[in-house]
Each structure stands twice: as C-alpha cells, then as structure tokens.
Design a protein around this ligand. Structure first.
Ligand SMILES: C[S@@+](CC[C@H](N)C(=O)[O-])C[C@H]1O[C@@H](n2cnc3c(N)ncnc32)[C@H](O)[C@@H]1O
Length: 328
C-alpha cells in the first residue's frame, strides 16, 4: 500500500492490516496505559504485545520508535518491546508541574482508625492546581478545613503520605536493529533509517542568551531526553518547553488523553526525516497524525473507536496552516 499524505483506519491495529513489511520509517504512539484513566474501558489493559511484533515487522531496519507509557507500568511495556525484538535506546521524560498529587493525610486516618476526633485548627481557601475547563486563571473554589491529628500516634505520623506529586510521563525510545552486517551509515544509505534527526530538533538559544560550550551550533543545543511544560529557572534553558493541553468537553476534541501537537511535532521530527512515513497504531484523536502532516511526513494511523477516529479525520482534513496555529 502506498501512503498518500496520510492513511487512517477505523479498525483495530492488531495485524496492521494493509501495511507492508519494512515499509515504515518511524513509530510514534501513545497506547493505552492500562491504568483505567477516567474509567475508560479502552485504558483497562496494556496493549497485547502482538502489536509490537506487528510494528517491528513493518518498520524498516534501524527505524526508531517512541512509545508513551505510565510510570507504574513502563517496566511491563519495556519488556514487551524488548521481547518483540526492539532495542531499548532511551527513556524521555516529559516533565510538567501541574500533576495532581494523590497523597492523603495519614495522621488524620490514624485518628479515625483509633476513634479519636482530629482537631479542626483553621480554614483555607481551596485553589485548584490547574486552570479548569481552559480558564485563564486558577480558580478558588471553596473553603476547606485544616485538621491536626489528636491521637499520640497521629501526632507521631503527622504529615505522612502515600505518594509523590507526579511530574513526568515517560516516553520509551526504541529501535529496530540495523540490518545484520550493516553500519549505521550503510543502513541509512539503504533504508533512510538508523539515526535520530538531531538537526531538526535542536533546542534553540533564547534571544540574547550567552552561547555556552566549545563549538555552539547556530541552531541550538542537542535535544535532551527531558521535555518539560514549565521553565526550570536555572539562568539559561536547556530543555524543550511544551505545555500540556487539557481535555475540553465543550470543544470538538473530547479525547481524554489528547497530547499537545507541538510535543508530537518534536517527537515526530526526532525519529524521522522529511517525506518519511510515521505509524501510530493507537492514534486516538490523531495528534501524531496532525504533527506528522505539519512536519511534511506521511502518516498511517489506526483507531478502534469511531468517535475518536472522526475527530482525527476532521483534524487531518483541516488546512496544515490552521493545524499549526491551533495546538489542540
Ligand atoms: C492514549 S489514547 C491516544 C490519544 C492520542 N495521543 C491523542 O492525542 O488523541 C489511546 C487510543 O488507543 C485506542 N485503541 C485502544 N485499543 C485499540 C486497538 N486495538 N486498535 C486501535 N486503537 C485502539 C483507544 O480508543 C484510544 O483512543
């Protein structure tokens, strides 16, 4: 099957029907995390590992892949990928500051367990940690009470919690092995794959920023394996800044886990070159596809859910310039 600008399919990705072996240059995908996000059925389990076997078959030798995953289950998916024949090359961190901590105040739980009434010591105005529904500013929703543990054991464990604030999503970088006996350069000459596209993904210097390093490249620094949504204020900036996008129920794209197009553009560019073909077996609302088309790559996508497929179809039909302007 030849690929026009894009080929998208409203069917299961298993088997990658219609895609020829050794025909795809790169894989960029955001599969189900297996964490039942917002109780979605499609996120109840990790994908079956046969999709990685299918993916390595259709990739050209030396082709790279980027696979989003969750912190808790990344080890499983890494084993699946390795068992399917991929080399694990790196793990990128997409870091953000607006993750919601899921911890709780254990000292108050201990009081409750012991039948001791915790002391109410004050009130505070609850400000939600993100701009709800695309609001321009953080909203102060309501007044909450501050409790102090009253039992002896509660006081001993004052401040104890159960988890950290999540601040990154891992993205596993994989590679199909080069053709046996070929060097990277020989593989590139034969297939156009085997190397990362550092040139197109350099981190530009800020205006007026002093160029550090022995031989600064005019386009900026080599891209790092950390991408973040907020600046780390360390004087000068070494990482990509890509903000999160929020699900907007009022907007036509209601996919609960949509990824920002500028993040996907960076990833697409990193593992492919102009005019090459990028595959996303779990395209959801098509963010990888929009990014691929914006970056002059061809795209093959699969989505099992009709309503998400329709969103991807609408987005991909839009004019490229409009897609570049709207980071939904
Ligand atoms: C994490 S979401 C992808 C979201 C996407 N990155 C976006 O920006 O919209 C994963 C998607 O995989 C789809 N999916 C799950 N199993 C599938 C299968 N067997 N074949 C194709 N798509 C599948 C789900 O319906 C879901 O939309």
């Amino acid at each position: 099957m030849g690929v026009e600008a894009y080929n998208i399919h409203n069917r299961t990705c298993y088997g990658l029907k219609g895609v020829e072996n050794d025909s795809v240059d790169a894989l960029v995908t955001d599969p189900p995390y297996g964490i039942s996000f917002q109780n979605n059925d499609w996120d109840k389990n990790l994908p079956n590992s046969k999709i990685w076997v299918n993916s390595i078959s259709v990739l050209k030798p030396g082709g790279f892949g980027l696979v989003f995953t969750s912190i808790k289950l990344m080890h499983r998916i890494m084993v699946q990928l390795e068992d399917s024949g991929f080399l694990i090359k790196d793990v990128l961190f997409w870091s953000f500051l607006n993750g919601m901590p899921k911890s709780r105040n254990l000292a108050i739980d201990i009081d409750k367990e012991l039948g001791v009434e915790s002391r109410m010591t004050g009130v505070f105005q609850y400000v939600q940690g993100y701009k709800k529904g695309g609001a321009d500013s953080y909203k102060s929703d309501n007044i909450k009470f501050i409790y102090e543990p009253a039992s002896k054991l509660g006081q001993r464990y004052k401040g104890a919690g159960i988890s950290l604030k999540p601040a990154y999503e891992p993205i596993i970088m994989i590679q199909k092995p080069l053709e046996e006996g070929l060097s990277v350069a020989q593989n590139m000459i034969k297939y156009g794959t085997g190397a990362l596209n550092i040139e197109e993904t350099r981190i530009p210097y800020k205006k007026g920023e002093p160029k550090v390093g022995h031989n600064p490249h005019p386009k900026g620094r080599v891209p790092s394996n950390i991408i973040r949504t907020q600046e780390f204020d360390d004087g000068y900036d070494k990482f990509f800044l890509i903000r999160k996008v929020r699900q907007r129920k009022d907007k036509f794209n209601h996919h609960p886990t949509l990824k920002p197009v500028d993040l996907m553009e960076h990833l697409v560019k990193l593992v492919s070159f102009d005019d090459q073909t990028v595959l996303d077996p779990f395209m959801g609302s098509g963010s990888t596809g929009v990014a691929a088309v914006n970056c002059d790559r061809k795209f093959i996508g699969y989505e099992i859910d009709k309503s998400y497929y329709n969103i991807a179809d609408t987005r991909l039909r839009k004019d490229k310039q409009i897609n570049q302007a709207i980071n939904y």
